[in-house]
Write a protein that binds this ligand. Structure first.
Ligand SMILES: [Zn+2]
Length: 370
């Protein structure tokens, strides 16, 4: 499913583009899980409900499933085949944590599809900010799933956007946000409390994708991979040290990417660093998590880096706590989208003779008004 944030018309920019920011979800595809299974499947429907009721500007649509070809950008054909055909072994299913079912395949495809669509909206449609109300399945490797993750949505979408970014090429010019002779660089900001081990492994030898992970040192996965930048936090970490570490990590990441800045980011806004999370082991408050989201979205917005936001993990003792935290993330993403749109309002001086408008900051063509 996809959610579209509809915003009030802006006085100048709105004349030049329709007002809509996008989020996507797939909560109609629910896994049949045995009674007592610890995965909170109900939170996806609850989040969609909370967004629909509490954020009236958001319009919801269903995400498209990712195709085999799209999945193959980050996964081995043998793994895609085993999942699709239902020939995964008991051990492989145990490592994922879900029993195989046709619904599991559908949900996994759409979870990736929703992140692809969010990335396209953010990068290619010039929305700047878009979201998947699920996704962030960062424990999936090229050849296997793990930790409730079947396919790695962000890895697939990152590679697909690198292949598709030429669609943003200015007429007769180079692609926006891409230095001459170089491809689209992607930044993954993974703030789920568990390390993004699958994502780190997929991009280990790929300098075009910078992986940043802040996670609990003593938490799953117990064998960590090497991200481009890993920050390990002790059990019980509270707001202030967390936000200080985040601040430092983001500065360091941008410094290390100075020669080839990112033109697209994925933000895994896991709710599981929260103090009441069953699996988190950290002690962030709701306000601390909101500050975290604001900080990341501001750091990207200031640099005009489009971002696809995914919800990633959240295992509150009370599911309503997790849903409230994620709803807040969506609300802050919406605010970031509004700032992006306000900043993107092109001046009339950008109008070409044929009436085509170009946003001076991004170089993206601006669609005609509807
Ligand atoms: Zn997690």
């Amino acid at each position: 499913m996809q959610a579209v944030f509809a915003a009030p018309q802006q006085s100048r920019g709105a004349r030049l583009r329709s007002a809509a920011v996008l989020a996507f979800h797939s909560n109609h595809f629910v896994l049949p899980l045995p009674a007592g299974h610890p995965f909170p499947m109900g939170r996806y429907a609850a989040l969609r409900h909370a967004v629909r009721e509490g954020l009236p500007g958001v319009r919801l649509r269903e995400a498209e499933p990712a195709s085999d070809g799209e999945l193959a950008l980050a996964h081995e054909p043998a793994w895609i085949g085993a999942v699709v055909e239902g020939t995964t072994s008991v051990a492989q299913q145990r490592e994922i944590g879900f029993p195989w079912s046709e619904a599991m395949v559908q949900r996994a495809r759409r979870s990736v599809g929703a992140t692809i669509q969010a990335a396209r909206a953010a990068l290619l449609a010039g929305e700047g900010v878009a979201a998947n109300l699920a996704g962030g399945t960062h424990h999936a490797y090229p050849h296997k799933g793990s930790g409730y993750c079947v396919f790695n949505d962000v890895a697939v979408a990152a590679r697909l956007m690198q292949a598709e970014q030429h669609r943003h090429r200015r007429p007769g010019g180079r692609a926006a946000g891409v230095p001459p002779g170089r491809g689209l660089r992607v930044l993954v900001v993974d703030l789920d409390v568990h390390q993004g081990n699958g994502t780190a492994a997929i991009f280990r030898d790929d300098p075009s994708v910078f992986t940043l992970s802040l996670h609990g040192q003593r938490n799953f996965p117990f064998r960590k991979e090497a991200s481009d930048l890993d920050v390990e936090l002790p059990d019980g970490c509270t707001d202030r040290p967390y936000l200080d570490a985040l601040n430092q990590a983001l500065s360091m990441a941008f410094e290390r990417m100075a020669d080839h800045p990112p033109g697209l980011a994925f933000y895994l806004a896991g709710a599981d660093p929260h103090a009441d999370d069953r699996l988190g082991r950290l002690a962030l408050s709701a306000e601390g998590l909101a500050e975290r989201d604001r900080h990341v979205l501001a750091a990207l917005g200031e640099r005009r880096i489009p971002v696809a936001v995914t919800m990633a993990g959240g295992y509150g003792r009370d599911i309503a706590t997790t849903v409230a935290l994620q709803r807040r993330t969506v609300e802050l993403a919406f605010a970031a989208w509004q700032r992006w749109q306000a900043g993107a309002a092109p001046s009339l001086a950008g109008a070409a003779a044929d009436g085509t408008m170009t946003d001076p900051r991004t170089g993206f063509a601006v669609p005609h008004p509807p």
